[in-house]
Every structure is written in C-alpha cells, then in structure tokens.
Design a protein around this ligand. Structure first.
Ligand code: SF4
Ligand code: SF4
Length: 142
C-alpha cells in the first residue's frame, strides 16, 4: 500500500506505485466480498517501528510533529491545513498557521498544503503525495 510518511519514504516514488496500490485495494475488496478470513501478522521490524512511534506520538501524551515542522514563505494563509487537521491543532493568525500540541502526526497538513509550504525537518524530499482519486474539497466536507 502507499506509504505517506515523509520522514520514512520519498513521496516521488509513491506516485509510480499507484498501479500496485490499486491492485492491492482490488485484492482487499475481493477478499471482503468473498468474506475471506485472514490475519496478516506484523513483521518484527513493523512492531519495532510502531513501538518507537508510540512513545513519541501516542495521543494524548504526544506532541506529534509539532516541533519538527516549519512553514515557509510560500504560505498564503489559505487555511486549508487548519480545516483539514483532524485534531483542530492548527489555527491561522495574521495569515500564518500556528500549531498547538495535539498533533497525531497524520501528515494531512503537510501532504495537502496547496503551496507545499509545510516542511518536516527530516523529510526525505520536498515531494508530496495525495490520493489522485480524492479532491481536497471532498476532504474538507467529510
Ligand atoms: S495550507 Fe499551506 S498555504 Fe494554506 S495556510 Fe496552511 S501552510 Fe499556508
Ligand atoms: S493535520 Fe495531522 S500532522 Fe498536521 S497538525 Fe493536524 S494532526 Fe498534526
């Protein structure tokens, strides 16, 4: 499946994988329709990554990526990041976004900023990835 963690993967590569991702989704849909019973066990590496992330990011103790992101001058103050944040963690003041400490590191603000103005200090590249089948407007009304 697609990987949208910008500190872990380069988003440029995710676009090239969209066919593979669609195939995986089709497979899952098929399994659901056929009511297959199947449990995929996590690998040891996956368990280690999850436990290290939990220490830092687990809600409500974590601060997420709040202290690791910067907003550059490309920001127009449009407020999209604020409206998309599921934790109401971003507010716009004087045309600039400010982050509070309820971040769950979902990455929505970073991936969806129309100006690519939000950057993580450990991001693999400045490329961003969005699901090509979903418009930002659809996320805003969901
Ligand atoms: S979505 Fe991007 S351009 Fe809009 S306010 Fe947030 S950081 Fe600025
Ligand atoms: S959108 Fe996600 S990553 Fe961005 S501040 Fe909100 S919770 Fe954190």
């Amino acid at each position: 499946m697609g990987e949208n963690c910008i500190t872990f993967a380069d988003m440029k590569k995710q676009e090239g994988d969209s066919k593979k991702q669609q195939d995986a989704i089709d497979q899952i849909v098929g399994d659901i329709v056929e009511k297959k019973k199947y449990v995929k066990r996590n690998s040891l590496l996956s368990k280690l990554i999850t436990s290290s992330h939990k220490k830092k990011y687990e809600f409500p103790m974590g601060i997420g990526i709040t202290e690791e992101v910067t907003v550059n001058d490309a920001c127009t103050g449009c407020g999209t990041c604020s409206r998309l944040c599921p934790m109401v963690n971003i507010h716009i003041e004087n045309g600039r976004p400010f982050f509070s400490k309820n971040c769950i590191s979902c990455g929505s603000c970073i991936q969806n900023c129309p100006k690519n103005a939000i950057h993580h200090n450990r991001e693999k590249s400045s490329a961003r990835y969005r699901n090509p089948h979903i418009e930002i407007g659809e996320l805003l009304i969901s």
